[in-house]
Design a protein around this ligand. Structure first.
Ligand code: NI
Length: 402
């Protein structure tokens, strides 16, 4: 903060370094005050007030708990959108850090507090660099990433993507060591569809199974047979997950229940395969229940679309990471079967979603996303701020056609 050089002379990394303490403080404040999806009232207010304090930004509230800031460059050019999500999870935090959640049962266990802080940092820095921007930056502070149908779709419907030429976003990423940034072209995150299944048998005395249709025994057969979808029906080169994640039935030792409830998730990248799996699943459920004299009800719900990065946007982000943080930082991102509603923005315009390594084995920062002891290596925040600044300066440098 002691530099006397004009802001426009600093590199993205120097800008991020100047803002280091501020961004960490923002992240910790958000971490202490987490809010659940669609209820980010205080968070959105904090973001709004912080952005307003920076000056020079056009602010709007596209939905009740989201915020958009528009930064107009001094020169004409394209529009780059940068997105951060802001919601927390219904988890009781177990870590003993001083900035642990003050809200019992609610926790920023996915790093969205960091995403929000990084984007605030980028807005603060870029606000001082309007003279270098040939075009606009649109900062999207999105609500409700964690809960389907998700905030991204609502923000798109509210028009936040109108006129946008490229959209980028990132996730602080615990599978990846701090110091690495992962970019990939093509499919990166899966579509998380779900199903609810009820096996309907005929209940009765546990000592007289021949007088019942044992829904528990049938449910067990169904679960086992569903494993065949991925192992036997899906092309081994394709990627898919079919997991039963909930099973509930019965109340005591001497009663066979009349029904068993199951629920689960289906994860795919390929749209054709995504359409195919429900039929394969129902064929198995129908076959197994019929074989044992049971019946069923089955319901599918589609989740977010897969996140598929556009080739040119990915190449652009690779270049930005290399120039901003150095070539040794850049790695190929490994696709994950997790879902992300960032895909809603990609329906409207090409873009790239990428991972910022935030793991630190030496400091014990190793707990996975959605874990009660989740944390990040906060140095990753500085990397994220620098990348966003670098991306905006590069994309809006005036050397590309609008
Ligand atoms: Ni997340």
């Amino acid at each position: 903060m002691t530099s006397t050089r004009p802001a426009s002379d600093l590199s993205p990394m120097q800008h991020a370094a100047r803002l280091r303490d501020t961004v960490v403080a923002w992240r910790r404040h958000l971490h202490m005050h987490p809010e659940l999806s669609y209820h980010e009232e205080q968070t959105a207010q904090f973001v709004y007030e912080t952005l307003r304090g920076m000056g020079g930004l056009e602010l709007s509230r596209p939905t009740k708990t989201s915020v958009v800031a528009r930064l107009r460059g001094l020169h004409h050019g394209p529009v780059l959108a940068v997105r951060a999500d802001m919601d927390a999870l219904p988890i009781l935090e177990k870590s003993e850090v001083e900035y642990a959640s003050r809200m019992p049962g609610v926790m920023h266990a996915c790093g969205h507090d960091g995403h929000t802080a990084m984007l605030l940092g980028a807005a603060a820095a870029l606000g001082e660099l309007r003279d270098r921007l040939h075009g606009d930056v649109r900062f999207l502070f999105q609500h409700a990433e964690e809960l389907y149908p998700g905030g991204a779709e609502e923000m798109v419907a509210a028009g936040v993507m109108d006129g946008v030429d490229m959209v980028i976003g990132s996730h602080l990423w615990l599978p990846m060591e701090f110091g690495k940034v992962g970019v990939a072209s093509g499919p990166l995150m899966a579509s998380p569809d779900v199903f609810d299944l009820v096996i309907l048998g005929r209940g009765g005395h546990a000592a007289a199974p021949h007088e019942t249709v044992d829904a528990i025994a049938v449910a067990a057969q169904v679960v086992t047979n569903l494993q065949h979808i991925v192992s036997r029906n899906v092309d081994p080169i394709e990627r898919a997950v079919v997991s039963v994640t909930r099973i509930a039935g019965g109340t005591t030792y001497n009663v066979l229940p009349g029904s068993v409830e199951l629920a689960g998730t289906i994860r795919t990248f390929d749209p054709a395969l995504r359409d195919q799996i429900p039929a394969l699943l129902e064929r198995i459920v129908q076959g197994v229940t019929t074989a044992h004299g049971a019946t069923y009800t089955l319901k599918f719900d589609r989740g977010y679309r897969p996140v598929v990065n556009e080739a040119r946007a990915s190449a652009f982000m690779r270049r930005v990471v290399e120039r901003t943080l150095g070539g040794e930082t850049l790695v190929e991102a490994r696709p994950t079967m997790g879902g992300e509603d960032f895909s809603a923005y990609l329906q409207r315009t090409p873009g790239c979603f990428f991972f910022i390594g935030a793991r630190n084995e030496a400091q014990g920062i190793v707990h996975p996303h959605h874990h009660e002891r989740f944390d990040i290596d906060e140095r990753a925040l500085e990397s994220g701020v620098a990348i966003f600044i670098g991306a905006a300066l590069e994309y809006l440098s005036g050397t590309r056609a609008a």
